[in-house]
Design a binder for this molecule. Structure first.
Ligand SMILES: Cc1cc2nc3c(=O)[nH]c(=O)nc-3n(C[C@H](O)[C@H](O)[C@H](O)COP(=O)(O)O)c2cc1C
Length: 212
């Protein structure tokens, strides 16, 4: 009897390891709160960049960037570095990198891979998107916008994406990275590539990388 219990436990362990491998998670290091240019200098440096080096971002840089974009800055309430209308927190940040597209999970400060493979070229219509270290995709989950009519959903998902995009602009300016927010996206094709649901709407994309 005891032997069967042990075998059962071993089987469960192997199964959960297999599931963990399938759900590819990247736990990010905590964001570094001390580096970077002061805010006024970052504002002075903020601009759009459309020429990127192919160099990937180190994990610490990726951690800082995503935390600045939409990370949790008040753990008690789970509220974020960017404001959101009615605290809906409806914008999900997807990250397209060379090895796959990941969903940023602010609680837990981690990345969960949703699609394997390099989809960077499909996040926009300009050539540089294929080689920028990463492209962020801001996706509104309309199911979270309870009580909003269609016009409010459009308006607030656009404003809330804009706040995240500006956080990214300021972080990049502060850290010496290049970035450009982009409205020119083939949303239908990208939504299909990401396997988005009908209630998930792509608002904007934003390329980030080291400037050339
Ligand atoms: C909502 C929005 C959409 C944009 N879409 C694109 C785009 O698709 N491609 C692009 O190269 N730049 C895009 N931009 C960047 C603007 O062209 C850029 O901000 C503008 O030229 C001013 O330059 P600056 O950001 O350096 O001040 C967009 C900016 C905003 C705010």
């Amino acid at each position: 009897m005891r032997k069967w219990t042990l075998l059962g436990m071993l089987y469960l362990c192997l199964m959960s390891a297999a599931v963990a491998q399938e759900v590819h998670m990247v736990k990010l290091p905590p964001p570094d709160m001390h580096g970077g240019k002061p805010l006024m200098q970052a504002l002075q440096a903020r601009h759009s960049t459309r020429e990127f080096s192919v160099k990937a971002l180190p994990q610490q840089e990726l951690s800082n960037l995503l935390w600045a974009a939409a990370g949790v800055n008040r753990p008690q309430s789970g509220q974020r570095t960017a404001p959101s209308a009615r605290d809906w927190r409806e914008i999900d940040v997807y990250v397209a990198m060379a090895d796959g597209v990941y969903l940023y999970e602010p609680v837990g400060h981690a990345l969960r891979r949703v699609v394997a493979g390099d989809l960077r070229a499909r996040t926009g219509v300009q050539d540089f998107v294929a080689t920028a270290a990463l492209n962020l995709i801001y996706v509104a989950n309309l199911d979270r916008m309870s009580g909003a009519d269609a016009e409010q959903r459009d308006f607030y998902s656009a404003t809330d994406s804009g706040f995240i995009a500006q956080n990214v602009y300021l972080y990049c300016a502060s850290a010496g990275l290049g970035t450009v927010v982009r409205g020119s996206v083939d949303r239908e094709a990208l939504a299909a590539a990401l396997g988005l649901k009908p209630q998930q709407k792509i608002i904007l994309a934003q390329s980030v990388g080291y400037p050339k």
